[in-house]
Structures are given as C-alpha cells and as structure tokens.
Design a protein around this ligand. Structure first.
Ligand SMILES: *Cc1c(COP(=O)(O)O)cnc(C)c1O
Length: 394
C-alpha cells in the first residue's frame, strides 16, 4: 500500500473496506469477547496488517453511562452518555490517532502534519511521540491554553495558525501535499482517522446487549466522528449483527453551523457558513467542513437523522447537567446533550426511544468554560471549628 492521502486519479476521499463475508463465517465477534477492553480488541476491523505496528495508549473501551438525572431533565426513559472524555489525552481523537499513527508507522511514514483546534493536536502529538515519528502541528490561533500546553509537553513542533475561513487552511494543506508530498492526518484527508471512530458503534452495540439505540447524537465539525460511528453501525449490519441504523444526529454550534444550514435547505453539500471564532465550542467551530460535508450529510439522510444548532448558553447548561452525573465535559462535547433536549422539545426524539449522546472531550481541556457555567465566586473560611460549623449548619 502507498503513502497516499487522497485518490491519485481524481483527488477524491478514500475509504477502507474489509472482507465482511469471511468475518461473518468466522464468527469474528465471538473472538473479541475475551480480549482486553480497548480499541484494538476490534483489530480485524481496523486497517493494520502487522500487529507489531500498533501504537496504543489504551484508548477506546470507554463507559456507556446510563444517566438518570439527565433522563429526568429530558423527560425520556432510556438516556446514555458514551463517555469519551476518559481517553488517554482526554478526547475521542485518541481513537482516530491510534489507528492513523499505527497505519503511518506500518506505511513507513517519517514525518507528518496536521491542523488542529487543540484536541487533535494533543492526540496526534502524543501518538507520534510514542511512535517516534516527527510531526508539525498547526494549532488554531484561539485554542485553549490547556490544549496548547498539552501539545507542548509531547515535544513536537507547533505553530499558531491565523485564518478567517477554514477554506484557506484546506487550500494551503492541499498545496503542501501536492508540492512537498507531506503525509497528512486531517479528518478524511487521512483515510484511516475515522476507522478508529467506528469502534464507538461496536462498543455501544455490545454495552446495549446487542441492541442498537434509536438515536445517536454526535458533536460535528468535519464529521470524522459521526461518519465513523455511522460506518461502524453499517459494518455491524454487513456482519449480520443488526438490521438497522440509529438515527444519526449532528450537533453544531449555532454560530458556526454549515451542516445544519445545508440539511435544512435539503442540500447534499455544505456551503461555507458561520463564524468559527464566535462560539465557546472551540473544538467544533468550522465554517467549511472537509469535502463540503458530503459524508456527514449522507449519513444523516441515510439514517433518517438530522442536524441541530445549539447556543453557547445551552452548552453551558448541559455542562452542568453532566456535572451532576460526575462527567466533566468541554462545551464542544456537552453540545450533544444540549441537542437531545432540543430534539425532545421538537418531538423528534420520543419519550420511549433509547438515545445515546457521545460526549467527546474532557472539561479539563477548557477549564475557563466551567467558570462561565458556574461563576467565579468562591467563599473562603479560616481553618477554625466555628467557621466550619457555621458552614455545615447553613
Ligand atoms: C474534534 C472534535 C469534535 C468533532 O470532530 P469531527 O470529526 O471534526 O466532526 C467533537 N468534539 C470534540 C471534543 C472534538 O475535539
């Protein structure tokens, strides 16, 4: 296999396929039951030929948490959070970079490049460091300090990137690919990133005892997460393990929602739209998704889902609800919980339907947002019995 990012003939996006008929005969899923609960448990459905190339930090295998407090707020019976905040670098990006970096190692890649709003950069830098491959990371100028600090520690080369529309970034990266032949790790431009995200689907199916939820909500920027999950459910169908897909729902910040606009207008391609700097959801603010968002819109249409726009206030509210469940999420991740609320109010999600919100990134990555949600105020007392007594009694 060659070190290529996109089709050498037409420049189009690539995708990986497997011999599902063979796996079906071998009862592949039976074999996985006794393996360690991480992403590589599903290695037959991942694009690595030689297992010695696997670069892992223990990603995947995250909890599917039943959330009864939130269920009550939402007014539905069966509500779950797929808690991907607990991945090694604190976001679901670890699923995709463990796979993409392992594949890069297998292909003999010596140098890699990616653009990031922060989480991808942290994950990429960590896995590339572990693989011993040099990397350059272009980080969005307004990324949170926590994310930038993390990338620094992993010891790769990083610069801040200033731009107005994401189409400038795509254009620049395209040229670097053509002129310098640099291997890239952006969503879909690297064909193996979303392969890692497929594993959500297998894990959710397994945790629901072989059932598929009615609804799956995912925060969406370029769509590697939601498309990966969709592909995973399609594969479960190809393997004869389920007969249907969940309705896939894309959640986007209202300020930066090209997919919501395209979906509402009945289009199958998204035009650039919105202001990525105008939302607190730093990890998912994009005005121009890769490949004009065609893969995202396809998975919404094919599964009977939709796209929903969420305000910053609604995200902060959902962060508080998640807090009551012991889950600390960044706004870009809490958006999938806020989206559930909106869809229930609109009657799109029914009371008796099973709904899963994927919570994609930890609140530790953007601590400032938790102060916006909860306020700065904090009382102090002296270390004296009376003062503590007064506090306890009040
Ligand atoms: C990257 C990211 C997303 C969106 O991922 P896409 O694959 O670009 O749609 C969602 N949530 C968090 C926390 C992220 O870091």
């Amino acid at each position: 296999m060659d070190m290529i990012n996109t089709c050498i003939n037409c420049g189009g996006l690539l995708d990986a396929y497997y011999d599902y008929e063979k796996m079906k005969k071998e009862m592949f899923f039976e074999k996985t039951r006794t393996r360690r609960r991480d992403l590589w448990r599903w290695r037959e459905l991942l694009p690595i030929t030689d297992e010695s190339n696997i670069v892992t930090l223990g990603e995947g295998g995250t909890p599917l948490s039943r959330c009864d407090h939130i269920s009550e707020i939402l007014g539905i019976k069966n509500y779950y959070v797929k808690n991907d905040t607990v991945n090694p670098t604190g976001s679901f990006k670890d699923r995709s970079f463990s796979v993409a970096v392992s594949k890069a190692k297998e292909l003999g890649v010596k140098f890699g490049l990616t653009y990031t709003s922060g989480n991808a950069g942290a994950s990429f830098a960590a896995y590339m460091a572990r693989a011993g491959i040099d990397a350059v990371i272009l980080v969005k100028e307004w990324a949170a300090r926590e994310k930038i600090g993390m990338i620094k520690i992993y010891g790769q080369k990083m610069v801040k990137l200033d731009f107005d529309s994401f189409s400038e970034v795509t254009g620049m990266l395209d040229q670097v690919k053509k002129n310098l032949g640099v291997y890239q790790f952006g969503v879909f431009i690297n064909p193996f990133r979303h392969e890692g995200n497929k594993t959500y689907a297998y894990e959710i199916w397994e945790d629901l005892d072989g059932k598929i939820p009615d609804i799956l909500i995912h925060p969406v920027s370029h769509g590697g997460g939601i498309y990966g999950a969709y592909k995973g459910f399609k594969e479960l169908m190809a393997l004869g393990l389920t007969s249907r897909l969940p309705r896939m729902i894309a959640a986007q910040p209202a300020e930066s929602s090209p997919i919501v606009k395209a979906f509402d207008e009945g289009k199958i391609e998204a035009e650039p739209f919105g202001n990525p700097k105008g939302t607190i959801a730093q990890s998912i603010g994009t005005d121009a998704p890769i490949g004009r968002g065609k893969r995202i819109l396809k998975c919404l249409l094919d599964s009977g889902g939709c796209a929903v726009a969420v305000s910053d206030e609604e995200m902060l509210m959902a962060m508080k609800w998640l807090g009551r469940e012991g889950i600390f999420a960044e706004p870009s991740a809490a958006i999938s919980v806020a989206a559930a609320k909106k869809l229930i109010e609109k009657g799109i999600i029914k009371e008796n339907e099973t709904c899963v919100s994927v919570v994609t990134g930890s609140g530790l990555k953007q601590v400032e947002a938790s102060y916006l949600a909860m306020g700065e105020e904090l009382k102090m007392i002296r270390a004296q019995y009376d003062e503590l007594e007064r506090l306890i009694e009040s």
